[in-house]
Design a protein around this ligand. Structure first.
Ligand code: GDP
Length: 546
């Protein structure tokens, strides 16, 4: 597309001033990835080292320091003021080798919530951190399932090789069988724990020597070229023989790295290292820059949107609530899908059909000095949200489209809601309706009875909701345990069957805040039996944003 044509398009608006070539170049140099792991695998440590190596931070400890603080309670002003790495470190932007990297955290521990899952709908690739002593753990499995919904390419980092770990071949086997993903080892460890000597780079035929505690920011570890190099045999006579045997095994038994397969989400390149010792971190950054995809086209109603298109578009994938009563504002996290965003620009909120001027936008440079005034596809911006934005909301310069593929997940935790003051029942319903629509929690109203059931994927969500009901709606709600243990959305072609289903199981059939039919099961057995008894109905563990 030439400049002239672009300028002549009516909806090109503010972005007409940017040549398409500029946008295309900015898109090509962007990498947006999520970092996923089970708690304690070393995600925070690795994040910090990635920032350290890119030069975004000068000192280790910055990310760690904020991890201990409960960022859900930090207030908007504070976020505005610090705007750098302290912005909950949920999004961090930094540069490496002339690439702009957006790193999105997937909060775990007590912060685990649906947002954790939805973050993965806003990334183009993911970095999976595994504790090599433990192997694949529960939270990793869940998060990987979400990555698979969009065939997101995954880079794997096997961490903590400075400890006694499990056998590396066994780890790859487990990855393949449990996560159902092909493994292509790129580096291979030489020893482990006290005898960890380094890694062999299978593609480059180089050995990178390990020295514990090398906190050098440039991560320059000594490299010895060639597995047959006589120097190695002199240095580690025993280990090198074993390495040669293992490398032969690996070449025979595992898949060679294949970029296409990686990009299709079928294969993951695997790196071994030790985040705390800076070892293997540079290789991860290089893999992200060299192999991970730049922003890709996104599906929307009407058509697909290419990242290089001139007009700005984007969607909200996460809303961070504020628990401080003095500052009720929340931030809506928006992923830019195309064009160029500029501070102060007018964009159209498509669900409300209203134009809004975005002047106070939060950006996430890891080194807080820079003030970013513009954003391109792949970048994340934080918009102040006074209650008018919901998960899945799309924004454009005017074109009517809705980005699809932003899922809701069947909750794992349930509470029934009671209020202390019955006169507040209206406010309770209003509050829950809005919080449900916003995506803070899932609200189910059973067809029979007056109960309201809340569902969440992490228990912190209940705390947030209780606090927001109190602060924003003046409702003092009490949450109690229920007999519900899982939920599934239900669909079927035959309206009569659906009506029979509702009538027969009224107490356990409910509607969610968006009006979708769901079944609330009391146990796995109960769910299975119900599915068997109603073969004409389909039970879904996820649903897309309506
Ligand atoms: P997260 O919960 O995944 O963010 O994990 P952290 O980064 O907080 O790490 C959990 C623990 O593992 C901390 O005590 C880290 O110091 C430790 N750790 C992280 N990386 C390594 C490593 O390479 N080797 C060893 N021995 N410990 C590590």
């Amino acid at each position: 597309m030439s400049d002239d044509i672009a300028a002549a398009t009516p909806e090109s608006g503010a972005s007409a001033s940017k040549a398409p070539a500029v946008i295309a170049r900015e898109v090509q140099r962007r990498r947006t990835f999520g970092i996923i792991s089970h708690p304690d695998a070393g995600k925070t440590t690795l994040t910090e080292k990635l920032l350290l190596f890119s030069g975004a931070i000068q000192m280790a400890g910055t990310v760690k320091a904020r991890k201990s603080g409960r960022h859900a309670t930090s207030d908007w002003m504070e976020i505005e003021k610090q705007r750098g790495i302290s912005v909950a470190s949920s999004v961090m932007q930094f540069e490496f080798r002339d690439h702009v990297i957006n790193l999105l955290d997937t909060p775990g521990h007590q912060d685990f919530s649906e947002d954790t899952y939805r973050v993965l709908t806003a990334v183009d690739s993911a970095l999976m951190v595994i504790d090599a002593a433990k192997g694949v753990e529960a939270q990793t499995i869940k998060l990987l399932d979400v990555c698979r919904m969009r065939n997101t390419p995954i880079v794997t980092f096997m961490n903590k090789l400075d400890r006694e770990t499990r056998d590396p071949l066994e780890l790859l086997d487990e990855l393949e069988s449990v996560l159902k993903i092909q493994c292509a080892p790129v580096t291979w460890p030489i020893g482990m724990g006290k005898n960890f000597r380094g890694v062999y780079h299978l593609l480059r035929d180089e050995i990178m020597l390990f020295r514990a505690g090398e906190e050098k920011a440039d991560g320059a570890f000594e490299i010895v070229k060639g597995i047959d190099n006589p120097r190695l045999a002199e240095m580690f006579p025993l280990e090198i023989e074993q390495l040669k045997t293992e490398v032969e095994l690996v070449h025979g038994a595992s898949h060679p790295f294949d970029l296409e397969q990686f990009l299709a989400g079928v294969q993951t390149p695997v790196f071994f290292g030790s985040a705390i010792n800076n070892f293997g971190v540079r290789e991860i950054l290089s893999a992200l820059v060299d192999w991970a995809p730049a922003p890709r086209p996104r599906n929307a109603t009407v058509r697909d949107v290419a990242p290089e298109e001139q007009p700005f578009t984007g969607f909200v994938f996460k809303i961070q609530a504020n628990m401080d009563p003095a500052h009720r504002d929340r931030i809506a996290f928006l992923r830019v899908c195309s064009g160029r965003f500029e501070r102060g620009m007018k964009v159209k909120h498509l669900r409300l059909g209203r134009e809004i001027k975005v002047s106070s936008v939060v950006t996430f440079m890891a080194s807080s000095r820079e003030q970013v005034e513009e954003a391109y596809a792949g970048d994340i911006i934080g918009l102040p949200n006074h209650g008018n934005m919901q998960i899945g909301d799309s924004f454009s310069e005017g074109e009517m489209l809705v980005f699809t593929g932003i899922p809701y997940f069947a909750p794992d935790f349930f509470r029934s809601v009671r209020i202390r003051n019955p006169l507040k029942i209206k406010q309770l319903h209003k509050g829950l309706q809005q919080l449900g629509e916003e995506g803070a929690v899932q609200v189910f109203k059973p067809v029979q009875g007056s109960d309201i059931i809340l569902g969440a994927v992490g228990v912190l969500q209940f705390e947030v909701v209780a606090s927001r009901l109190m602060n924003e709606y003046g409702v003092d709600a009490v949450f109690e345990g229920t007999s519900i243990s899982s939920a599934r959305w239900v669909s079927g072609d035959d309206k009569r069957v659906l009506a029979d289903f509702e009538a027969a199981l009224g107490h356990n059939v409910a509607y969610d805040a968006a009006g979708n039919l769901a079944y609330l099961a009391t146990s796995n057995v109960n769910l299975r039996l119900t599915q068997e008894r109603w073969p004409k109905l389909t039970f879904h563990a996820t649903r897309e944003h309506a």
